[in-house]
Design a binder for this molecule. Sequence first.
Ligand code: BEZ
Length: 330
Amino acid sequence: MRIKKSKIAKQLGLGLCALAFSFAAQAKDFRLGLITPASHIWTQAATDFAKDFEAASNNEHKVAIFPAAQLGNEAQMLQQLQTGALDMAFLTIAELTNRYPDIGALYAPYLVSSVEQADKILESAPAQQLLTQLPSKVGVVGVTYGTGGLRQIVSAKTVDKVEDLKGKKMRITPLDPLQDFYRDLGTAPIALPLSGVYDALSNGQVDAIDMDLELIIGLKFYDKAQTVLLSNHMMFPVVGVVSARVWAGLSDQDKENINVLMKKHLDKTFPLYVEKELEWEKALEQTGISVKKVGPEFFADAMGKWEQKWTKKTPVLAELREASASLKAQ
Ligand code: BEZ
C-alpha cells in the first residue's frame, strides 16, 4: 500500500493545505494478488470489487489487480501479506491449510453435493468460525468466502473403475487434504501449481489431474484427456483476505467498504458457478471424450480412510459434517 505523495503536492498547490493533507494522507494504492488467469471468475470478481471499492472512496483509493501469480505463488503471496508488502488477495484454501490445518476440513470429500450447498455450508457457524481464526493463525483477515465449484478428475487414459486410477500419477493442488485423499485412493499424488498443469498432462509427467469444470473447459485440459470423471468430490472455496498489518492501519470506513464489497462480489461467484456449470458440462459433452458421472461409492474405502485421519486432525470436521447433514435433510 502506498500513500499518494503526488496528490499531496497537487492539492497543496491549490492552497487547500489543511484539508488537502487530510484527504491525501488517506488516499492509498492497494494491491490485490491471485493465482488465477485474467479470464477466471475469481479475477473478474476481484476487478469488480476494486472498481466498487475505488468508487466508495470517492476515487481516493486505487486497487491494482495482479492475476496469474504475477506476485508469486500463494505461499509467496501469503508471506507478503504477513509483512504487509501485499494488501489483499483472493486465495484458495491450499496455503491457508498448510499453515492452519483446521481449515482443511472444508475439503472433506462429499461434504456438499452441489455449489448451492457449498454456499450454505460456507455460511454455517463452523465455517465462519474458521475465518475468525485467520488473523492469529496466519496473519491475514479472512473477509469472506466464494467458490471455485467442485472438483473433478481428468485422466489421459480411459477410466472405468477406481482400480484404473491405482498407481497413476495424479496432479493435485499442493495441500494435505487432497494428498491424503489421493494416497488413500492408491494413486501417487504430485503437487503442481496451476501454471504447470497443461504441460504436465501433455508430456506424461502426470496421468490425471484433480481440477474444476471452469478450468477443464477454460484451459482446455480435456484436449489431453480420454476420460473426465464428473465426481464433484470436494468443494473448492476461495477466501478474500486482507493483510492483518494493513487492516490495522485502515479507517473504520475502509474496513466497512472492504467487508461489504468483497462479500458482494465473492457472493456472486456462487450463482454464477451454478449457472455456468450447466454450460461447461454441455461443452464437455460436445468434445466427444468420455464423461462419466460418479459419486461417493466410486471412491469406496478412500472416503473412510480420509475421514478417520481428518477426524483426528481437527474437531471442525465433525461440526461441518453435522452442518452438512442438517442442510441435506432440508
Ligand atoms: C487449482 O490449483 O486447481 C486451482 C487453483 C485456483 C483456482 C482454481 C483451481
